[in-house]
Every structure is written in C-alpha cells, then in structure tokens.
Design a protein around this ligand. Structure first.
Ligand code: ADP
Ligand code: MG
Length: 682
C-alpha cells in the first residue's frame, strides 16, 4: 500500500481540522479510508418507461404537468403537495412531502423531471427531487453514501473527488497480475474510480466484482497464513497413545462406528500423535455421535499419560456427558469426574486435589473448569462442546491450563460451509456427515396456534403408545422472567388437559440445579410423560423414549435452533414427530417453517438460515469474530469467496509467495495480530 495514501485526510487541500474531525466520526482517518468509503447504493437518474417500472421502485420520470398543484398543511411543519402529470401516455399523480416551496415551480403544461418512489397500485409517485425542464442530469447514476454527523451528501462527494484529484495516482494494484488477467479484473484505480464516479451500471458491476474478489482474497490469505503459521509455530504434544488399547475400546462399543465417525477418529488420533498442536473443529448434526468420538480421543490421550477435559455450556449437559463417559470409560480403568458450580465444599476440594495429583483422568464440567482454583496435573487434551457458546477468552483460559494441549471444538450447529471457510479458516475442520444406521427421519409439521386442540390430541396418541413428549415454550428474548412465566402458563394448561392420564413436568432456567436434575430424572425414567420446558433442553439432552416435540411460537427461533430442539427426539428406533406451532406474518417466516418441514439435514438448514437471516444474525448479534467486509457479502458473493479461497491456498503453498509483494501486504495486515512475533493466538 502506497504510504502516501496512509496520510491523514488533513493533507488534502480543501479539508481542514473540522472536516477531518467530522470524517473521523465516520471512521475515515486516512486518504485510503476516504477512497474506500464506498457508496451503499446509487441513485438512478436514467429516464424510464413507466411500463418497466416495478412497484416501489425508485425512478426518474420526465413529463408534463397536467393539473394545478394543491398544497395542504397538517401538523406544524408537515405539508403535502400534489398534482397530476402526463408521462408519455400515462396520467399519474405526483406527491411531494414537506417541500411546499416547490409549488411555484410547478406550472401547467411545463415539462419537469422528478425522482421518487413509484406506487404501481395507486399510479402515484412519491417524489423527493424535481427539476424544471427536461432531464438535465449530466450523470445517470449518483453514489449514495451512508453519512454521519455534519457530513452532507454533497460534501462527501467533494471530499472523495479531492482525494482522487490529489492522490489518485498513488493507487496501486494489490492483486497479482496473473489473477487480474485470469479473471479479467478492472485494475484497482479504475475500480475505485468507478465506484465513486459511476458511468453506468456495468462499470459499477465490474468494479464491485474486482473489489469483492480482492477483499476475499486478502481475507483468505490472512486466515490461511495464520493457519500455516499456527501449524508451524505451535509446538504441541506428541501424544503416543496406546493403539491396541484404543482399538479394544472401539471394539467394545455396542455399535460399529459409522464411516464418518471412523474418519474423524482417525483425524483426531493423527493430530494427537503429531508434534504439532491440534486446533480442530468437529461439526456433526445432533445425534450423529460426537460424544463417542470425543470419548475415544480422550481415552487415547489418557493412554499416552495425559489428562483430558471436556467443557460444556450447561450443567444438565455436563451431567449427561459425565454419565455417558463414565459408563463408557470406567470399565477401562479411567477415572472421570464432574465439576460444576453446584459441587461445593469438601467434595469439591477432593476433586480438585485428585485432579492436581493426577488421580482424575478426565474432568467434565461447565465454566467451573476454567476457574483459577482448577489445576491439572498434566492436561493434554481439551474438548469444548457447542464451541460458539464459549467466548474466545474462555477457550484460551482452558487451553492454558496445560502446556500446549491439543484442542478440539465440537459443535452440533452445522456451520454453513460459507461461514466455516471464513470464520474458521484458521482451524482444521472435521465433519460427521452421516447418521448412525437405523434412524428414522423425524416427521415435521407446521400448525397454526388455533389448531392447538388437534395438536394435543396427536400428542396424546403418542403418549398412549407409551412414548413421551417435549413441549418447548415461547421464547422471549432478553427476558428470562417472561420465559419462565410462559413455561409456567403452558405447564398449567397442559397439566389440566392431561389431568389424571399423564404427568406433566416443568423445566426452566430459574430452577436450582437439584430441581432441574430431579425433573430430568423423572422424565428420563418415564415417571413424567410430558416435559414442558424453556430452551434449556436445547443441547445434548438424551431421552430416546421421547418421540414428540412441540414448539410454541416456532417463528421466533432460528432454523438452526429449531433443528437443535427437534434433535431431542428421533433418538430411538420409533418414528418421531415435531410440530411447529407458528403463525409467521412475513413471507420469510413462512418460508422458514416450510423449510423445516421439508428437510432434516442440518447443513441444508444452516445454509438456508444464513441466506434468510444474513451472516450477522447467524450467531447472534453479540458474536464477534465474524469478518466485516466493506463490499463483499459472504452469502451473495459466495462463488467469489470460494474462488478466492482456492487462489489463496495456491499462493500460500507456493514458495514464491513468501517473498512476493502480496506477502509484504499480508505481513502489514498481520502486524497487529501478534502472529508475526510468534505470540499464541486464538
Ligand atoms: P451427538 O453428541 O452428536 O448429538 P451422541 O454422541 O449423543 O450424538 O449420539 C447419539 C446417540 O447415538 C447416542 O445414544 C449414541 O450412543 C448413539 N450412537 C453414536 N454412534 C453410533 C453408531 N455408530 N451407531 C449407532 N448408534 C450410535
Ligand atoms: Mg453431544
């Protein structure tokens, strides 16, 4: 990057202290920032034939005034100016809000040009701009920038023009020429120019194509560079596990591993043995059998003389995992312990002591695992389940409880490939994309809330067969209290409905862990047949006799979350059902319900979810770590992303890359991350 462009906007003749301060509010500090402050859309001033204009489309029209304008005031400062005009052979209505002064400019039979939004049903244009006479705009398009503070649209255009005039010649090509030629990309300078001073639609399109590719390529170089660096500079443990023992353990399982499980187990074992540190993401749909895979990995690590840790987001899940690991591993002489915040006093001290002495092999727990007081004797393998629920910081703390332990992140939220290759570009990814044999696909139905009676009689049919049901209550965001109230209400309704026939239990986040435990035990022992719950059951809970899942207000959940909830059933050999009670008002909402009824494939759903909600919403607003692109859109520019990823991978593999100009650029990008100094990074 040319150093001239890194200078403050103050060096531009025409920009003073005050403007610079105003620009800083928009995060524009340097000339480069200004040049790369792209319009978010363009005003289209081309004249159009009304026949081609769609409802709600923004358009510029030229025509003849056909009625005297009428001006009406309402409120203190509000006004509405209205008249008719002929556009070609069409007579349309024109409305201007709050621009009363235009009244004098509207003269019968004169030609005027207006720009505004077309309402095809009312044959009306709500206009924002007008000129007397024919369309005299010299440009067909004008960029529209998102603006803050004191900066005006006109000002912004001027500043960018100044930047181009005085520093435009310093804009350099950042892409390798071979790629520019290969994809016939516009050069960087022309691309930036076309974005700000568009000649026509095609030139903007080509400019955007180039800049999107550039953003993706640089991002991919950075991620893959990091990964290569991580691999080569993170000393790990060479865990020489005992192969015979591990094989015996695998053979002892009550079922053969699926091909996908076998593949993933091999990937994990290879990582354990390698002297490089494992940094792996394991994705597998609910019920695909990740727990067993985790158990094999942990066992292998113990046979190599290390301790293992499994960190999960909720107590219920910790307890379940602890139970299944104990069941699987204790016959092989492995000591597993559970540590949660509800284990206190003497018991806690004993566990901590045993852990520090090396008398516990595998520790399973919640956040409790990362407390200061927790010290391992020789931690070698860390697994976190539902990794996106833990922050980067928590994962780092856990990892630092050992010396370069191998790390595996597991998630049942299938992450769309699109995101996986961006967000997790620096990790290795393993995927279990196969379900254990003999599972029946869950049948999913979408019902309107007024059909509740029929839904309940359907539920009852299942209960009569001796099966059990989950009922998930409406989700009220950011209000734990209302969530709980909802659950209590639904519980009351259903208790009355099933009175004397079936028992209805209640589970929500306000219960103490003992209470939760009791409820869960009653449900898994079939002493309670219907479990009314908030979303606390979302992850991990395993009751194979439950064949029915009813989800209230399903439209409030994301597709991936619905899929997670649905995954609570279909765990046994019986046919299971999921009923979505929902009355979505929007088309997207209805589409989402339909998709749920059509597929059981978590990956398909996650792709759809991403498409419908956009990447920002996918992990929830708070989730950081999603890259922010200036122009590129991970969903819509997906093909460019894939291309860029492949190109980046070729570049990084080639020796020449590490001495190239592009590498210099990448280096400058990595400078603040600490990677180059060999710091550890998450
Ligand atoms: P996940 O954690 O991926 O949601 P689990 O590990 O809890 O899935 O597995 C779900 C169920 O499937 C468990 O009851 C487990 O014992 C069983 N299971 C796992 N792997 C297999 C397999 N290869 N064949 C048959 N059943 C399996
Ligand atoms: Mg699991």
């Amino acid at each position: 990057m040319n150093p001239n462009l890194k200078q403050s906007v103050l060096v531009l003749k025409g920009i003073g202290e005050e403007t610079a301060e105003n620009l800083a509010e928009m995060k524009i500090y340097t000339i480069q920032d200004l040049l790369e402050y792209f319009p978010y859309r363009y005003e289209d001033y081309r004249l159009r034939d009304l026949v081609d204009v769609k409802h709600e489309e923004k358009v510029t029209l030229e025509g003849k005034v056909h009625s005297e304008p009428s001006l009406a005031y309402y409120g203190r400062k509000k006004s509405k100016l209205m008249f008719r005009m002929f556009v070609g052979q069409y007579l349309i209505k024109v409305v201007f809000f709050n621009q009363p002064y235009l009244k004098n400019k509207i003269v019968m039979n004169e030609t005027i040009t207006i720009t505004g939004k077309w309402d095809a049903h009312r044959q009306t244009i709500t206009a924002s701009e007008m000129q007397s006479g024919q369309n005299n705009k010299t440009k067909d398009f004008e960029p529209v920038y998102s603006l803050r503070g004191k900066i005006t649209a006109k000002g912004m255009r001027k500043f960018i023009q100044l930047a181009f005039q005085q520093y435009g010649d310093y804009i350099e090509e950042t892409l390798p020429l071979s790629l520019v030629n290969k994809y016939r990309l516009v050069n960087r300078k022309d691309a930036l120019k076309a974005m700000h001073f568009p000649l026509n639609q095609e030139s903007v399109k080509q400019a955007r194509r180039r800049l999107v590719y550039e953003e993706f390529l640089q991002f991919q170089l950075k991620m893959q560079g990091l990964r290569k660096f991580e691999r080569e500079h993170s000393p790990g443990l060479e865990q020489n596990y005992q192969e015979t023992k591990v094989n015996k353990f695998i053979e002892s399982l009550p079922f053969p591993l699926t091909n996908a499980q076998n593949r993933v187990v091999n990937e994990i074992l290879t990582d354990l043995k390698s002297p490089l540190r494992m940094n792996r993401l394991l994705q597998g749909d609910v019920g695909s059998g990740k727990t067993v895979v985790a158990a094999i990995g942990l066992y292998a690590s113990v046979t190599a003389g290390y301790q293992g840790a499994l960190m999960v987001p909720t107590e219920i899940l910790a307890e379940q995992h602890s139970e299944s690991l104990k069941r699987l591993l204790e016959p092989f002489g492995i000591k597993c312990e559970l540590l949660t915040s509800s284990i206190k006093g003497k018991r806690r001290r004993e566990i901590l002591q045993a852990l520090a002495d090396g008398n516990v092999d595998i520790l399973i727990g919640t956040h409790a695992l990362i407390q200061d007081e927790v010290t391992f004797h020789k931690l070698g393998f860390v697994i976190t389940d539902e990794q996106h629920r833990f922050g980067v910081e928590q994962r780092r703390v856990l990892r630092e409880k050992g010396e370069n332990p191998d790390v595996l992140f597991m998630t049942a939220t299938p992450i769309p490939r699109t995101l996986a290759i961006t967000v997790f570009g620096e990790m290795d990814v393993s995927i279990i994309d196969e379900m254990p044999a003999g599972r029946k696909a869950i049948e999913t139905y979408w019902a309107k809330p007024e059909m509740l009676e029929r839904v309940l009689s359907f539920v009852e049919k299942e209960l009569v067969k001796g099966h059990q049901a989950y009922v998930i209550c409406p989700l009220i965001e950011e209000s734990d209290k209302l969530d709980v109230q909802n659950a209590i209400d639904v519980h009351t309704t259903l208790s009355t409905y099933f009175q004397n026939r079936f028992k209805v239990g209640l589970m929500h986040g306000r219960l103490s862990s003992e209470e939760k435990d009791t409820v869960m035990k009653l449900f898994s022992g079939n002493e309670v047949q219907v479990l009314v719950s908030t979303t606390v059951v979302e992850v991990g809970v395993n009751v194979p006799n439950a064949t029915m899942m009813v989800i209230y207000d399903a439209e409030r959940f994301g597709l991936s979350q619905l899929h997670q909830l649905r995954g609570r059933v279909g765990r046994g050999s019986e046919q299971s059902y999921c009923i979505l009670l929902a009355d979505p008002k929007t088309e997207v909402g209805q589409e989402r319900m339909r998709i749920m009824t059509e597929t059981n494939d978590g990956f398909v759903l996650s792709e759809k979810d991403l498409e419908l909600r956009g990447p920002g919403d996918f992990f929830g607003k708070k989730q950081s770590g999603l890259p922010e692109f200036k122009l590129a859109d991970m969903v819509h520019d997906y093909r460019a992303l894939e291309t860029a990823r492949n190109d980046a991978s070729l570049m990084i593999q080639s020796q020449a890359f590490w001495t190239s100009k592009e590498y210099e650029y990448l280096r400058s990008q990595l400078e603040n991350t600490g990677v180059l100094e060999g710091e550890k990074l998450d």
